[in-house]
Structure formats: structure tokens, C-alpha cells
Design a protein around this ligand. Sequence first.
Ligand code: DC
Length: 229
Amino acid sequence: MGRKLTIAIDGPAGGGKSSVARGVAERLGYVYVDTGAIYRAVAYLAMEAGLSVEQDAEEIGALAGEMSVEFRRVDDAQHIFVDGADLEEQVRLPEVGAMSSPVSALPRVRESLLSVQRELARGAGCIVEGRDIGTVVLPDAEVKVFLTASAEERARRRLLQLREKHPDVTFEEVLANQIERDRRDSSRDVAPLRKADDAIEIVSDGIGLAEVIEQVCRIAAEEEAETSA
Ligand code: DC
């Protein structure tokens, strides 16, 4: 195999970034860095400490600057560890997900997490997934993918996941929630969600996961061949 690369994969919630990033990492033997989990961890620590986004922005920023983050494999899955504690289950709670969006709009938090993310992505052979990886965190990444899907398609996928635990949730609720979250993530002042000029856009409506993983691996292979030629 050729030279190992840094791959940035950005896009809105529900576009399939995590599954694709995980799949590509496995195929290429790359490290997978889930930056959304880091924002979620800050939200979780803030909730635990009884902090509010409106009143305690400084304290939340300080929390983000002080925590140590690691990704480790547990039972064949990747878990986030903060200050040595496995927080994988906690960061996936819906209330933590909801708080992570306003938390991620705090400039102090984003600033503190820049070095954390860059450190985790140090060394080649990693795929880093988030909202501003290709634009802000790793502007020099060799491969940049912007993975998206229509709001309806993303809501449909999210509904399937949610139905397991919340049988009463409706498509309209999920879609409204999706649109609101997209609006907030794209309109915040600091590092809003947007496609990097040099990113390749993949719209995954009607394309299966395996095919998207294949496409990203192909883009990476072409880049590898080009730069090692
Ligand atoms: O991808 P996710 O749902 O786990 O992300 C959680 C929140 O963090 C979401 O509101 C977007 C935000 N986020 C961000 O602002 N920048 C990133 N690089 C990753 C996530």
C-alpha cells in the first residue's frame, strides 16, 4: 500500500458520516477520529457540572481546554475516553446530543478543541469526521469529502434509528428537528458547517453505505497514486 493520508469528512447530521468514516478507516487501516463525540463530551461534562450555555460560557470553554481525550477500542467498537473514563454511552444520550449543538457554537469551546483535534489527527493514516475539519481544523488534509443527503433522506434514516427506542416519534418531528439543527450548525458565527472549496461532494440519496465507502476509498487511492507518482 502507498503513502498514508489524512482524510477529512464533513457534512450535516444524518448524512452517514460516522458509518462511512468507520468503514473507510477499517478498510484502509486508518485511525478514525469522531470529533462530534468530543463536542458531545464537553456538553456532557457541562451538564454534569450543572452549567448552562447561556450563563456559563467561560466555564464550559475552560472545561473543554482542560479535558484529555482519547479514543480506544472496546469490544470491537471505538469508545471515547475523557480523563480516563469511558463516556461512550453518556455522549450518545439524546439530551447530550441536543446540548452539544449550542455548546459547539461557543467560540471558546471551538478554540480549545482545535489543538485537541489536531493532536488526535497527528500522523498520517487517519480519517477525521466533523463539520469544519476540511475548512478549519485540517485545511491541509490531502482528501476532503463533504458528505450530504437531502433533509428528507436524512430524517428517514434518523427515524429508523430512533424508532427502536422511541416508537411514537413521527417523520415530521424528526424532519423539523433536522432542519433546525442544520440551520443552527450552518449559521453560527464560528466555523459554520460549509463545504471546503477543495472538497469533493458526495450526495448519498439512493446510494448504499458500501458504495459510499467504496467511493471514498477510490478518491483516497487516486490521491495516493497522484502524490506518490
Ligand atoms: O456529529 P455529532 O452529531 O456527533 O455532533 C455533535 C454536535 O457537535 C453537532 O451539533 C455539531 C457539532 N460539531 C461541530 O460543531 N464541529 C465538529 N467538528 C463536530 C461536531
